[in-house]
Every structure is written in C-alpha cells, then in structure tokens.
Design a protein around this ligand. Sequence first.
Ligand SMILES: Cc1cc2nc3c(=O)[nH]c(=O)nc-3n(C[C@H](O)[C@H](O)[C@H](O)COP(=O)(O)OP(=O)(O)OC[C@H]3O[C@@H](n4cnc5c(N)ncnc54)[C@H](O)[C@@H]3O)c2cc1C
Length: 544
Amino acid sequence: MTSTTASTIPDPIRSGLQRGWRVRGGAHGPLPARITCDVAIIGSGAGAGITAELLTHAGLQVVLVEEGPLKSSSDFRQLESEAYPSLYQESAGRKTADKAITILQGRCVGGSTTVNWTSSFRTPPTTLEHWQQHFGLTDYTEAALAPWFAQAEQRLNIGPWLTPANRNNEVLRAGARRLGISAAGIQRNVKGCWNLGSCGMGCPTNAKQSMLVTTIPTALDRGATLLVETRADAFVVGHGQVQALVCTPVAGNGAPVHGAAPTRIVARHFVVAGGAINSPALLMRSGVPDPHRLLGKRTFLHPVVISAATFDERVEAWSGAPQTLYSDHFLHSQPIDGPMGYKLEAPPMHPVIVSTTLTGHGQAQADLLKQFPQTQGLLALLRDGFHADSPGGTVQLRDDGSPVLDYPLNDYVMDGARRAFLSMAEIQFAAGARQVSPVHEMARQYTSWAQAREAIQALPMKPLLTRVVSAHVMGGCAMAGHERQGVVRPDGVHWQLANLSVHDGSLFPTSIGANPQLSVYGVANRLATGLAMSLTGRDVQLVA
Ligand SMILES: Cc1cc2nc3c(=O)[nH]c(=O)nc-3n(C[C@H](O)[C@H](O)[C@H](O)COP(=O)(O)OP(=O)(O)OC[C@H]3O[C@@H](n4cnc5c(N)ncnc54)[C@H](O)[C@@H]3O)c2cc1C
C-alpha cells in the first residue's frame, strides 16, 4: 500500500492522541514513579479491552498496562518483516520448551486481537457441558452465556461474511462436498473489510473490529490511562490481598531497558489479562498463593498440523479474507473425551510465515516456494484438554523471569495429528490437488490420495519431525467451581486473593474446540459486568 492511500484512511489512534488521551511509556513520555487508581488491568487484548470498556463505563478510574507498543493503521503496511518483530511475542518465534511447537501471540496494544484472523465462534455447547460436569462451572450453560455473546457480537460487528471465499478456502468447501463432509461459513468481526488478507500484520484500514479500534479507544475517551512498552513484573502480595503492582519500561521489541526506574501502581482491584502463558507467569513471579499447585498447569494450544497442496492453477492463498470456511466434521465423529477431534480451516499463507513453517531447506525448499502461488493450505486445530491423556502444557519461568511452556506432544496428540493429515490430504485431492504434502520433515509431495494415505500411515509422528504451530493459547489460570480444581472462581476472582481477577484466555479449563476470541469476549463481558457491579453497584453493558 502506498503512503498516499494510507493517508486517506482515518487513523483513530492518532486522532485520539491529538484529543488528549492519557498514554505514557515509550515515545509517549516517561512513566510516573507511582500511580493510584481504582482498577489496574494487565494487558490490552481481548479480555483486557472488554473489561476496560465496561469498568470505565461504571465510572471507575482504570489504568491499562501493556508491554507492547501502540501501533495503528498508519503503521500497518502489510509487511511481515515489520509486523512480526513489532506486534508479536518473541517476534512470532515463541516456542515450547523442546522447540517442537511455534506459538503465535500478540504483543502490542490490542494484543492478539490486533493481529488475529477474525474468525468468530461462540463456545461450543459440548465444551460448556464438559466444564459443567468436570469443573463445577454449573452456571456456564449455553443459555446463560447467550446474552453475553450476543452483546459482544453486536459491539464487535460479528456477522456472516458475505463476500465469496478466496480460492484457498474454496478448496476446503469443494473437497468436503465431494466427500460428503459438512463445511460452513465463518462469522467475522469486520466492518467495511477490503478483503486484503493481511489481518495477521495489523489491519491497515481499521476494518477489523479488534480491541485496538473498539474498546481501548472507548476506554481512553472515558479517561482511562494506558501505559505502553511497560511490563507488569510482579504483584506485591500481603495480608491476603494484592497491595501493588510493580512495572518496568521495556523497549519496543520487548527487550529490558537497563537502569529504568520501576513504576508502582496501587489500586483497589487488579485484573490480569496478559493472555495464557504470560498471565500465569506474572502470578508465578509474584508468588501468589497456589495451594493446589494448579497455576500454569493445563495450558492448551489447539496444536495445529498443516497440509500443503499444489494446484495447476494459481491459488494465491495470501489474498482475501483469511479463514472464511470451516468443517467440524472431525470434531463430531467421536465423543469429546474420546480420540482427539479436530476442526478444519484454511489459513492465510504469507511468504515469511510459510517458509519458516513448511518443511525442508536449501534447494528442496526453494523448489517448494517456486510453487507458492499455486499452493493451498489446510490446517487442523486439535481439540486438547478433554481426555486424561491430554493434560496440556505447564508454564515455567526462565532465570530472567520470562515464561516458557513445556508442552509434550505425546502419542495421544500425535494420533490425532496423523488422522488430521489423512483427512486434509483426502479433501485436497478430492478438490483437485495435483500434489499434497503434509507439513512433516519426512513427508514428500504425494501425487495421489492412495499414495498419500499409505505414506502418512507410515510417517513417524514425532515432535520436531511433525511441524506443529498454535495461535490459540488457553488455560493456566483455570476457573472452577471448587478451589481444588481452579486458580480462580467462576466469577473470575482469585480463590485466595479477593482483589485480584483474571479475565483472559487463561481462564479456560480446557481448550475451546473453536477459535477462542469470542469465548474470551463473552466470558470477559460477563465477568467484567459482575466486577463493575461489585465495585460500584452500577449495572453496565457493552453498547455497539
Ligand atoms: C496470528 C493469530 C491469529 C488468530 N486468529 C484468530 C481467529 O481468527 N479467531 C479467533 O477466535 N482467535 C484467533 N486468535 C486467537 C485470539 O486472538 C486470542 O485467543 C485472544 O486474543 C486471546 O485474548 P487474551 O485476552 O487472552 O490475550 P491477548 O489478546 O493475547 O492479549 C494479551 C496482551 O497482554 C500483554 N501482556 C502480556 N503479559 C504482560 C505483562 N506482564 N505486562 C504487560 N502486558 C502484558 C500482551 O502483550 C498482549 O498484548 C489468533 C491469534 C493470533 C496470534
């Protein structure tokens, strides 16, 4: 996009700053040594944004603490080389302890919602039933949550995507139809979308209704303070509650700033919304009570395996709305607590992310990338957390206090991955693929479904050989109806510390089994509305 075009698009962040938003940190000026407020929120992503909007609506003085930078549509130039280092945790190279899984998470104002792909699903009823039965979340029923989802959908313009699917997605529909497998359209949170396909690099037209352009501006207009490039290091805990939060400035790329003075935030209540992995890590660094040793445990990823297909014609999988069609067929073909089920979608494919994810190197990879315009991709989101052999991962702290997730890819997960490779290859051949290649170090390009089936059945399904990625991090601060099972109560308040809540994806006791953003919005909506009532006696609501 040329700068001339960009300059014609209104920039809600620059105009907000001109209106006098209270933003500090990085280029916005030094942090004060001490801040007092009603509520301090850690993060500015899905859970934080919804919470900030509702609490400021209740008249509370809110401070948001975000470790990433404040960027806006004027900065989003559809360039991977700029987006990954500036908008993602660990420059989009975050990995599990054994390096077998690459994890994508946002690290900027708006969090992962600034870079996500806009697919919007309510929490599946089967997932909620599992929570009711196994985690004592008796009031997390489909009916009880429906109004909270409906409000979030209205606020964020979530609705059907009426533009024709791009060819990358159309392959999923065509192959599924041929095989008699159901596939349907995905709802998206966009307004006036240009169908560019660069959602993962930040939306250059402000069409994506992320927290960056919706709830955070609303909260700032209502007087909230936003600290950017500021990391929440640790809570000071004493007398059964949080006394203060200590934060330090970080550089735009997340590196520590040597000699930087800390800021101390004193608040009536603290809401942790740093996202899974980072939220439990903050609580671990703070030494919060964890009598049942649950903190950071049961962290889920929807481990994703990918199948690449080559077509005779151009697919141009980088162009157009990223994920617009899906199939849940393989989530429903066995019980939720049986062999691992998986959801199928067609991911956006951009050269840097593809070349670092696809297998091979040297000439073999160069040959693969020559076919990039004809390449189509399917992904399978493996639904983790519902079976005894699927306990997820554990967050650990490195020596410098930064988190790392240990997530063993055991035989149970790998059995699901192999079945997913088979399903995806069959669909791609049914849609007319010339060649299919599961993203696995020992796979080749197979030229028929029969050949692929035999080869995939023989592939060694081992970590590091099987390429696994994730953009859906959940759990680690699970909510539950009893303190022996959860870090927080069903209302999001910490079981042991009454002025501390968690409002983000780390709340979920299992994975969602669907793309999680709307689950975070809906649950945070309910919890933040309850928190506003308990702090002020005022009943507030998200308003479109
Ligand atoms: C590339 C990508 C594509 C995705 N696509 C989809 C999709 O299409 N549909 C969907 O439903 N979901 C999608 N997701 C996932 C979805 O966006 C997340 O599940 C959701 O945003 C999680 O919300 P959260 O509040 O838990 O955390 P986040 O939205 O990740 O926000 C957490 C924020 O807290 C900040 N933070 C963390 N620790 C600290 C600290 N110590 N101090 C200060 N700040 C801190 C982080 O920098 C971050 O900005 C995608 C995610 C990614 C990365």
